[in-house]
Ligand binder design. Sequence first.
Ligand SMILES: NC(=O)C1=CN([C@@H]2O[C@H](COP(=O)(O)OP(=O)(O)OC[C@H]3O[C@@H](n4cnc5c(N)ncnc54)[C@H](O)[C@@H]3O)[C@@H](O)[C@H]2O)C=CC1
Ligand SMILES: CC(C)=CCC[C@@H](C)[C@H]1CC[C@H]2C3=C(CC[C@]12C)[C@@]1(C)CCC(=O)C[C@@H]1CC3
Length: 345
Amino acid sequence: MTTRVRPSNKRCAVIGGSGFLGKHLVEKLLDRGYSVSVFDIRQSYELPGVAFHLGDLCDKRALLPAMKDVSLVFHCASPAPASDDRGLFERVNIQGTRIVIQACIEAGVQKLVLTSSASVVFEGTDIKNGREDLPYAKKPIDYYTETKIEQEKLVLEACDKEKGLLTVAIRPHGIFGPRDPQLVPILVDAARRGKMKFIIGDGTNLVDFTFVENVVHGHILAAEHLRPDSPICGKPYHITNDEPVKFWDFMSDVLVGLGYAAPRYHLPYALVYGLALLLWLLALILRPLVSFKPTFTPMRVALAGTHHYYNCERAKQDLGYKPVVSLKDGIARTVQSYPHLRQGA
Ligand SMILES: NC(=O)C1=CN([C@@H]2O[C@H](COP(=O)(O)OP(=O)(O)OC[C@H]3O[C@@H](n4cnc5c(N)ncnc54)[C@H](O)[C@@H]3O)[C@@H](O)[C@H]2O)C=CC1
Ligand SMILES: CC(C)=CCC[C@@H](C)[C@H]1CC[C@H]2C3=C(CC[C@]12C)[C@@]1(C)CCC(=O)C[C@@H]1CC3
């Protein structure tokens, strides 16, 4: 017997719905019969069944109309990690998330699903098969991570059955797939500038990369399992491909798939990390005079040279999660979707 969902439960809002993950989420929600309001500072597409509301999530008056008659809100907006702008991260990820929560309560929203990040526990040292009970990073490597931690705490603490708002946080790791503006474009840009010849460290470090459709699947499962009697209320969930891979094998598969050479020469991790730290400091000191963005940031070097993969048993148990697209198929579909980034294109 199939359970019928009341129509009101099928109205949802996606904050950050113009972004990479947001648009994939919107497309799947439409497929599943939801009607969707998107709230974002920009409109990146048009789709039947989607109502766009443009505005900054720090502005409650702009947010409220997007939440009218909506029972479920997905919050997947954030400034890009590469922006390295402390004030912006604090304003959007912390103050803005407080406003999102207030708006949900005022609008009578029943469920809030946050896109957090597995990096909230990452401090630049190895994490092998990390579970959700690892402590938050005490010394987060960058402002993005620092504010994602505060954001997740705010959303999970807001879970209040009496007030009628239930919350849950999804912690994806290394999202990739068609239309990703970060991973593949950054990689190809580095390859075109001759910077992808080197492997940082010994090249054996295992990492999670998660195909975007698996991340979407985890979000929708979480939303549909979020009920007052459910064990998932107020908890974080790792969502990964459940196939940790050598970081440099993944990079090589993407690069070779697009016609570029795989990195070959090894550089010592400590040396590259030290250099990245120096460059970051230099960029900070010189910021009033010149603006430059180093390709090697301490966070990127740490991500490229350490183990960081996570256990998603909790999501399997509580949400019935299982990846829907394998890593191999995910890489093939991603490579195929970037014909304009191929070598020689
Ligand atoms: N891409 C990845 O590998 C990972 C991403 N995440 C999280 O997933 C979420 C989505 O990330 P992506 O889709 O990759 O990023 P994205 O940059 O493609 O999408 C973010 C969206 O948020 C919107 N936005 C930013 N500031 C806003 C504001 N003040 N008001 C309204 N909208 C605003 C942007 O316009 C954009 O459309 C983020 O919360 C990110 O922290 C977590 C783990 C890994
Ligand atoms: C697993 C995970 C969290 C991946 C998502 C982040 C990626 C967008 C970056 C993480 C490490 C980055 C990195 C590079 C590109 C972007 C990342 C994959 C380089 C390969 C860019 C060129 C270099 O000079 C080396 C960088 C190493 C780290």
